[in-house]
Design a protein. Sequence first.
Length: 242
Amino acid sequence: MWIGKKVIDSLLAFFFPRYCLLCDSPLREDERIVCKSCWARLEIITDRFCQRCGCPLRSGETICDSCLKSGYYFSFNRSLVPFDQRYQTLIHSLKYERMTSLATGLGEKLLFLLRGEPRFVSAQGIVPVPLHPTKLRERGYNQSLLLAQEVSKRQGLPLIDDGLLRVKRTKSQTKLTLEERVENVRGAFKVVSREKIESKRLILVDDVFTTGSTLNSCAETLMEAGAREVYGLTLAIAKRSL
Ligand SMILES: [Zn+2]
Ligand SMILES: [Zn+2]
């Protein structure tokens, strides 16, 4: 007997229900990875954020303590959500579990940030933070490139994915102090196609802003190659109390 695909899908969903990554409720047939209500409730940082790094702030402040103490090569950064436990799971899945279709939904949300900030809208190109070629081979994809591709496609903004290279195989930043992180990514990037960078306002895309050292090292390299300005656009930002 011939069984239609719909029937098979329903049977599979009955025996192997899929659950939302964020709230654990069963997913409907038209939902993937995260349920619709979690997407709608995504806690986007839209008010009271640091004017330099984009981290959430208490009322009355315009720049966070960390930014008061540091200078950056990028003009500012905006992040979509705070890097707390919920969104850690989401980003981990995008990064390590090949849930690359997540990039579509997240890219759409990043567009919301982009369109609300005139400096982003004035940008002439979008650059993903590159992975080292060895790491790219191991992982099979660069999550920052997937996000940049989504934003580029939806906004009609030229994607520059071969302008910046990661030439140093850096250690994982997770357990490093701020000073160690800065040292770890020093000289890690190189511009290969200067003509694609020169005199341009560029959006630099990464997944997580922790201390900003990776973003800053990339921005330094781009500015030294003649970029006019660099703006950070990242998925999540860690709490920034030093
Ligand atoms: Zn959910
Ligand atoms: Zn800040």
